[in-house]
Design a protein around this ligand. Structure first.
Ligand code: AMP
Ligand code: GLY
Length: 430
């Protein structure tokens, strides 16, 4: 079958790499892709939200399955667009319609969904643009730290956590009155702070049944020891030791099942990924957020551990046949280090030549912000590469990943030096 993956990050390179291994994979395209995806697929220069061009490409190239990587086309309704066009409506798709994508696209929608469906989450109150004064007063009733969340999509920057009440009030004013995040902060949630360890859980669902993919831990801050500003993610590890069978059973019973049942009850069709960001608070799972796509750079570590034919699972999902499907997962560890442009997540330069990519490395190299120019791979984004090491032990996976990260160079390259250290410490102290 012919497949189109939409997106251009490390997530999409990892998805393309995994899908390509299936005997069922015919022609594989990525729109718009990066220098890495062009090694396993054909890149198509169409942007992720140009539905008209994407639709025409699918018809012209007899595409059977579309896998939507990022959230923006989902929230903008790519599924609705395809379903409304008789020429496109038969094409299988991984990714929910715009209503299901609201689980990610609106933090207020997802909070109310969780509360209605008894999914454990932090308590929160929503304030509208004209309620800045009420929001400020509410801060006086809350205990620090204060968690402020822009309702809409804000590219991972819409959450502000501060223990300073004056700063919280000033930020609320900026968000609500001055539209710090544009329309995304037309509504803001003030949320209870959850103290615990974070975990990303990934579920593939056809709206009736589900398969749980390997879990992962993400490293969101730019600096070692979780310091500095938030990023899209600077590394990932899978498996996560505290996500043992007993904890995952709680996640399944208290979070996954009520989420799927809630979608059914509320008649929200959903064929795609649900990425549940959760906090382990004293052994109990609380949902921080839903995303309606895979995570980046979690996908790189997750795909490295899936042994089953992933395309077969995706097709079963898109056809509503997930019931009884099993997934085989490698017990080995996978660890991904994101190599970024110096300056990211603030200003950074692009167009730097990346050296030593072609040699054989001890870890797999997934591209993110890269482009090919005259056969030379250049940096073309903030997060440039993800290197994924695998090993029987976490230390082995970490060692291989760092060997590779250190061997690849460009001017200004930056990566965290402590990916996996916290998990190694947990393992040592267990
Ligand atoms: P989000 O965009 O919702 O994933 O939030 C970004 C990050 O903020 C999360 O990964 C958490 O580290 C942190 N965060 C969000 N909500 C809370 C909360 N209620 N309590 C503690 N940390 C939170
Ligand atoms: N790594 C977090 C995300 O993809 O949202």
């Amino acid at each position: 079958m012919n497949i189109l993956i939409i997106g251009n990050g490390g997530r999409e390179h990892a998805l393309a790499w995994k899908i390509k291994q299936s005997p069922q994979c015919g022609k594989l395209f990525v729109a718009p892709g990066n220098a890495g995806t062009s090694l396993v697929a054909t890149n198509v220069s169409i942007s992720v939200d140009d539905f008209q061009k994407l639709g025409k490409f699918c018809v012209d190239n007899s595409i059977d399955l579309v896998v939507v990587g990022p959230e923006v086309p989902l929230v903008k309704g790519i599924r609705n667009y395809f379903e409304a066009d008789p020429l496109l409506s038969k094409i299988l798709m991984i990714g929910p319609g715009s209503e299901g994508a609201q689980l990610e696209g609106s933090k207020d929608f997802s909070k109310q969904f969780m509360l209605r469906n008894h999914v454990p989450t932090a308590g929160a109150k929503t304030f509208y643009a004209n309620q800045s004064v009420e929001a400020s007063r509410f801060i006086d009733e809350c205990q620090p730290p204060f968690v402020l969340k822009a309702d809409g999509l804000a590219a991972g920057k819409g959450v502000i956590i501060t223990s300073d009440a004056a700063e919280a009030k000033a930020t609320l004013r900026e968000m609500l009155e001055e539209k710090k995040f544009g329309e995304a902060s037309a509504k803001v949630l003030v949320e209870e702070f959850l103290n615990g360890i974070e975990l990303s859980v990934f579920v593939l669902t056809d709206g009736e049944d589900y398969v749980i993919l390997p879990e992962a831990k993400d490293y969101k801050r730019i600096g070692d020891d979780d310091t500095g500003p938030n990023t899209g993610g600077m590394g990932s590890v899978s498996p996560v030791p505290f996500a043992d069978a007993a904890f995952m059973k709680k996640v399944e019973e208290k979070v996954i099942k009520p989420t799927i049942t809630g979608l059914k009850k509320e008649k929200i069709p959903f064929k795609g990924f649900i990425f549940i960001g959760l906090m382990n608070v004293k052994g109990e799972p609380y949902v921080i957020e839903y995303n309606t796509r895979m995570g980046d750079p979690e996908t790189q570590s997750v795909m490295a551990r899936i042994q089953s034919d992933f395309l077969e699972l995706l097709v079963a999902c898109a056809e509503g046949r997930l019931k009884g499907m099993k997934i085989e997962i490698d017990s080995d560890y996978a660890l991904t280090i994101v190599m970024a442009s110096g300056g990211y997540p603030d200003q950074y330069e692009k167009g730097k030549e990346i050296s030593d990519l072609e040699q054989t490395h001890s870890a797999r190299v997934f591209h993110a912000g890269t482009k090919l120019q005259n056969k030379q791979v250049l940096t073309d984004g903030g997060r440039v590469l993800g290197v994924t090491g695998k090993g029987k032990t976490l230390l082995e996976a970490q060692t291989k990943a760092y060997q590779t990260a250190k061997a690849i160079q460009w001017e200004g390259v930056y990566f965290r030096k402590d990916i996996g250290d916290d998990v190694l410490n947990l393992l040592i102290n267990q």
